[in-house]
Design a binder for this molecule. Structure first.
Ligand code: PLP
Length: 437
């Protein structure tokens, strides 16, 4: 079918596709379920769901069929008209969230949606300054780059753009394995949340517009908060009537075994930002909020292809598959298989510093040794490469100089036996790595 050889295609990619990412070199051609083939015909189990988007796997027949039906009806409507899939999706999302969430707005990129949420918070408070977390990641536009972490590569990418880059007040996140305050949960009594409270009251020069957090931090290293943390932050914001924004672009739509991380941790924000898994691979992101924050005037925000009928159709079909196939429950069961087995293995391998996760939002932190906890990027990279050779695509916390956390976020449809196979292969990679050390 291909007119060019795999090698020619790879060469062309290098020549003509700008290297805006640290490219893996893979050229993928077709997939089904959790499996995908590259241009050379090699098959992989994909534990990345392609940037955690393919919630129900590659080419789910029900999603494909529904989108094909929509294709023959209408593929695009402008933002000043509605389309039926958009209306139905809005209604479905409202059904999945608590009663006060009655409003939705759709766009195309996560960063764009985060900026929309920031603008709503600014409208509401009249403030312009945000509190964000260490290790947070919110996108690559000017404002979302600013809201994200300060790892070296990101500091570099902000250089020369200072006029366009606002400065948030960053506070430590609830990264218990590396607590910024050298405390231990639960004796710490959530000191990091108290610190955030202090920063809100004393650390910001101007009016605070909002608090922007990922409930579980993805690109910062699969950091899952301890029980009570998000509830505490919720109370702190409510007390001051400061909008709390959750970036659930990674965690929304099932990744934690619940529709939203907010549900899993018992604390909803004022503004919920979603993306990735929502579209099951089709481009759609969005803002979900209440009447109180329905503050845009016509023309304020949006994108030409936001609320596109095809993406909305795919999102509706993806949600339906999650419901019909019991994928929330599956996510919990399959995630537990990984956690139990890797935790067991961690006692054998000195370089496994921490194993953490919720649902199929899983991370393994690779360190030089358990005592020093020094990040070992080299070993993490070697494991990712060995896994790839053995037919498993995993990612690592690919940020700057601290890419030492293996990230495992497969489709929610992964089966127990597929996960067992992934762990078997990972175990083989760990063994080989230990021998080479
Ligand atoms: N927020 C989080 C938590 C993300 O993981 C990402 C993307 O990785 C974004 C925001 C940005 O989304 P996008 O790449 O669609 O702009």
């Amino acid at each position: 079918m291909l007119e060019l050889t795999p090698q020619e295609l790879e060469n062309l990619a290098k020549k003509h596709v700008m290297q805006t990412w640290d490219h893996s070199g893979l050229v993928l051609t077709e997939g089904r379920g959790v499996k995908v083939r590259d241009i050379w015909g090699k098959e992989y189990i994909d534990c990345t769901s392609q940037a955690w988007t393919l919630a129900v796997g590659y080419s789910h027949p029900k999603v494909i069929q529904t989108v094909q039906e929509q294709l023959s009806k209408i593929v695009q409507t402008f933002a000043n008209v509605y389309n039926v899939p958009q209306i139905m999706l809005a209604e479905k999302i409202v059904e999945l969230t608590p009663p006060e969430f009655t409003k939705t707005a759709f766009t195309l990129s996560g960063a764009d949606a985060i900026e929309g949420a920031m603008r709503l918070a600014m409208r509401y408070t009249g403030g312009q300054d945000f509190i964000t977390l260490y290790h947070g990641y919110h996108g690559r536009t000017f404002a979302t780059t600013a809201m994200s972490h300060t790892y070296p590569s990101y500091v570099k990418c902000k250089q020369g753009m200072e006029r366009f880059i606002p400065k948030p007040t960053r506070v430590p996140s609830s990264y218990c394995y590396r607590c910024s305050f050298d405390k231990k949960y639960p004796q710490c009594d959530l000191f990091c949340a108290k610190f955030l409270e202090h920063a809100l009251d004393h650390g910001v020069d101007t009016k605070v517009a909002g608090v922007l957090v990922e409930p579980c931090q993805g690109n910062g290293g699969q950091i899952v908060p301890p029980p009570g943390y998000l509830k505490r932050i919720r109370q702190i914001c409510t007390k001051r009537d400061i909008p709390l924004i959750y970036d659930e672009i990674q965690t929304g739509f099932g990744r934690c075994g619940t529709w939203f991380a907010a549900e899993a941790f018992g604390a909803f924000p004022d503004i919920l930002v979603v993306g990735k898994g929502l579209g099951g691979g089709f481009p759609i992101t969005g803002i979900i909020t209440s009447e109180k924050f329905d503050l845009f005037d016509p023309g304020d925000w949006g994108a030409t292809n936001g609320g596109n009928p095809l993406s909305c159709t795919a999102a509706l079909a993806t949600i339906k598959v999650i419901e019909e196939e019991g994928l929330l429950e599956n996510t919990k069961v399959v995630g537990k298989v990984f956690m139990d087995r890797i935790k067991e293995l961690s006692s054998t391998y000195e370089f496994i510093g921490d194993v953490r996760g919720i649902g199929l939002f899983l991370g393994v932190e690779i360190v030089q040794d358990k005592e020093s906890k020094k990040e070992d990027v080299q070993t993490a990279t070697a494991i990712v490469q060995k896994a790839l050779q053995k037919g498993i695509i995993i990612a690592k916390s690919g940020i700057g100089d601290v890419g030492n956390v293996l990230k495992i976020k497969p489709p929610l449809s992964m089966t127990v036996s597929e996960m067992e196979k992934v762990v078997d292969i990972l175990e083989a990679c760990f063994k080989e790595t230990a021998v080479g050390k």
